[in-house]
Design a binder for this molecule. Structure first.
Ligand SMILES: Nc1ncnc2c1ncn2[C@@H]1O[C@H](COP(=O)(O)OP(=O)(O)OP(=O)(O)O)[C@@H](O)[C@H]1O
Ligand SMILES: [Mg+2]
Length: 278
C-alpha cells in the first residue's frame, strides 16, 4: 500500500493569465523531513508554497494537508488547519511597532486562550530556541537582518505547528547568519518533529539541509529525490540546474514572441504613434 505524505498534491494545474505555471503536477511530501523546493527564478516556487498554504487555489487538481482536501474546507476548518502550519514568507516581515516579545506573542494572542503566564513562558521558550531571549525588549529596527529572521522563525513556530513553510529563509544573509539559520531550521525540525518545506535557489545551501529536493522547471516537477541523487543525475535539465549552467534545456528567457518579430511590431507602433502626434 502506498504511504501517503503529510502534503499530497494531485494533478495540480495553476495558471497566471494564459501561462501555465504548473501543468498536472503530483507531489507527495513525507512527514518529519526537510524538503527543499528549488528551480530557476519565476518557475513557481513561491506559488507552490502558497498553494500548499491555501493562499492560492489550484485551477485543476487538489492539495491535501493531513489527508484533507483544502479546497473542500470551510473558512473555520481552513483556519484550524492553518493553526497546524507555520509560515515564514519571503520578506519575513516583523511588526515594526511591536517589541520582539510582542511579535512572537502575536499569534498566541490571536489563536490561543493561553493565560498571561503560559503565554510569557511560551514566548521565552521560543526566543530561547532561536538564541534571542536576551533581545525580547528590542524593537525590530534595532535588530540585524539575521536576528530579525530568527525572531520571525520564533514567531512562525510559536503555535507549535506540525508543518512549517519557509520562503527563501536565507536570502540576503551573510555566511555566518546563514549557517545559524540552517542549524536552527534543522534543530527545530528534529526537536519539534516538524515537517519543513523550504524554498531556496542556492544549491549548496539546499543540499546542506535537505532530506529531499523538489526541482521545478517548465511547469513540471523535474526531479524529487535526495540531494545526492540530484547531484549525480544524468537528466539534462537536472544537470543544467545543479551545475549552474545559464542556458540549456531550461531556457534563460521568460516566454516571449521572437525578438525580431517584436522589434518590428514595436517599430511599427512607435511610427504609428509618431504619425498620430504630428
Ligand atoms: N500576482 C501575480 N500575478 C501574475 N503573475 C504572477 C503573480 N505572482 C507571480 N506571478 C508569475 O508567476 C510566476 C511564478 O512566480 P513565483 O513568485 O512563484 O516564482 P519563484 O519561483 O518564487 O521566483 P523567485 O525565485 O524569483 O522568487 C512568475 O513568472 C511570475 O511572473
Ligand atoms: Mg519566490
Amino acid at each position: 500500500m502506498a504511504v501517503n505524505g503529510i502534503i499530497e498534491i494531485h494533478n495540480l494545474s495553476f495558471f497566471r493569465g494564459n501561462r501555465a505555471i504548473f501543468k498536472d503536477i503530483d507531489v507527495s511530501i513525507a512527514a518529519g523531513k526537510i524538503t527543499v523546493i528549488m528551480g530557476p527564478s519565476g518557475t513557481g516556487k513561491t506559488t507552490l508554497l502558497r498553494l500548499i498554504g491555501g493562499q492560492l487555489q489550484p485551477h485543476r487538481g487538489e492539495v491535501q494537508l493531513f489527508g484533507e482536501n483544502i479546497a473542500q474546507l470551510n473558512r473555520k476548518q481552513l483556519n484550524q488547519l492553518r493553526g497546524r502550519m507555520g509560515v515564514l514568507f519571503q520578506s519575513g516581515a516583523l511588526f515594526t511597532d511591536l517589541t520582539v516579545f510582542e511579535n512572537v506573542a502575536f499569534p498566541l494572542r490571536e489563536h490561543t486562550q493561553l493565560n498571561d503566564m503560559q503565554l510569557h513562558d511560551r514566548v521565552l521558550l521560543k526566543l530561547e530556541a532561536v538564541g534571542l531571549r536576551g533581545a525580547r525588549d528590542l524593537m525590530p529596527s534595532h535588530l540585524s537582518g539575521g536576528m530579525a529572521r530568527r525572531v520571525a522563525l520564533a514567531r512562525a513556530v510559536a503555535l507549535e505547528p506540525e508543518i512549517i513553510l519557509y520562503d527563501e529563509p536565507f536570502a540576503g544573509q551573510d555566511p555566518i547568519a546563514m549557517a545559524v539559520l540552517q542549524r536552527l531550521i534543522k534543530d527545530l525540525n528534529d526537536e519539534m518533529r516538524l515537517t519543513s518545506v523550504l524554498v531556496s535557489h542556492d544549491i549548496a545551501e539546499a543540499c546542506a539541509i535537505a532530506d529531499r529536493i523538489i526541482l521545478l522547471g517548465e511547469g513540471r516537477v523535474l526531479a524529487h529525490d535526495t540531494p545526492e541523487a540530484l547531484q549525480t543525475s544524468t537528466d539534462p535539465a537536472v544537470r543544467q540546474f545543479m551545475h549552474g549552467e545559464a542556458d540549456g534545456v531550461i531556457p534563460f528567457h521568460f516566454p516571449a514572441p521572437p525578438l525580431a518579430e517584436e522589434l518590428l511590431c514595436d517599430h511599427a507602433s512607435v511610427a504609428d504613434n509618431r504619425g498620430g502626434l504630428q
